[in-house]
Design a protein around this ligand. Structure first.
Ligand code: PEP
Length: 256
């Protein structure tokens, strides 16, 4: 089963207008000579404030797609500080990251809210990148697989098989995010295999064979080749190493 790899850069709360332009210009320059046919699907997820500029810079570049880092599932209304799917659609945003551990831990987002977001995103024709992952404590207690099963089952509640098939999952062990300590590639592969089994149980083999599952957690140019060599790993969701054009382009090359 050939699943097209993804290299997605999650900028988090980084890059003002000038920095965002410099980074995008650097990425565009770095990928200009790459063969589009062999490239992974490249995604950047700037902050909301940089989306307009990012859209403008890449609108004629089919090699890069835009993602938002979050969305509010309601269509409009009294939700101070929030952004709707309609607003994201203005900038041709194709993906939305949801369920990131930083949002779960710092902003109290629940599995139910993440599920509401996933349903709204798919309803609007966009693609959710649904993050899941265990804490170090859960890993040490041996409950990683059970925890991921719960997160995935709840995130996909009410989602049809055809929508599940297009969705993207990012397995991000929380202890590996921003720590410089990547999960061992073979173990990440095993864990992602377990997530794929849950998807197969929830849907069927066609969905589990097609859904793309990324690894995230201190992915670097020095780790990407081994990670991409794992049969279950379909790409990376990358924070720190996506903030410099050189390293992001090296990650793209590492996935080719
Ligand atoms: C992330 O934020 O999703 C992430 C994986 O960050 P980092 O690559 O910096 O660990």
């Amino acid at each position: 089963m050939a699943r097209r790899p993804i290299i997605a850069g999650n900028w988090k709360m980084n890059n003002n207008k000038i920095e965002a332009k410099e980074l995008i210009d650097g990425i565009l320059y770095g990928i200009s000579s790459l063969d589009a046919e062999k490239m992974p699907e490249v995604i950047i997820a700037p902050t909301y404030t940089a989306l307009w500029q990012a859209y403008d810079l890449i609108k004629n570049e089919p090699k890069i797609a835009l993602s938002a880092q979050n969305v509010n599932p309601n269509p409009s209304g009294a939700y101070t500080g929030e952004v709707s799917l309609d607003m994201l659609a203005d900038f041709k945003v194709k993906f939305v990251i949801i369920g990131h551990s930083e949002r779960r831990q710092m902003f109290g987002e629940t599995d139910e809210f993440i599920n509401q977001k996933a349903l709204a995103i798919l309803n609007k024709g966009l693609i959710p990148i649904i993050c899941c992952g265990e804490t170090l404590e859960q890993r040490e207690q041996g409950v990683t697989d059970a925890h991921l099963r719960t997160q995935i089952t709840k995130a996909f509640e009410g989602i049809s098989a055809s929508d599940a098939k297009k969705s993207v999952i990012a397995y991000e062990p929380i202890w590996a995010i921003g720590t410089g300590k990547s999960c061992d590639a073979a173990e990440a592969n095993r864990t992602i295999g377990e997530i794929r089994k849950v998807i197969k149980e929830l849907y069927n083999e066609e969905v589990s064979d097609n859904i793309r599952i990324l690894y995230g957690g201190s992915v670097k140019p020095s780790t990407i080749v081994e990670q991409m060599a794992q049969p279950e790993i379909d790409g990376g969701l990358i924070g720190g190493a996506s903030l410099k054009a050189d390293s992001f382009v090296d990650l793209i090359k590492g996935a080719m």
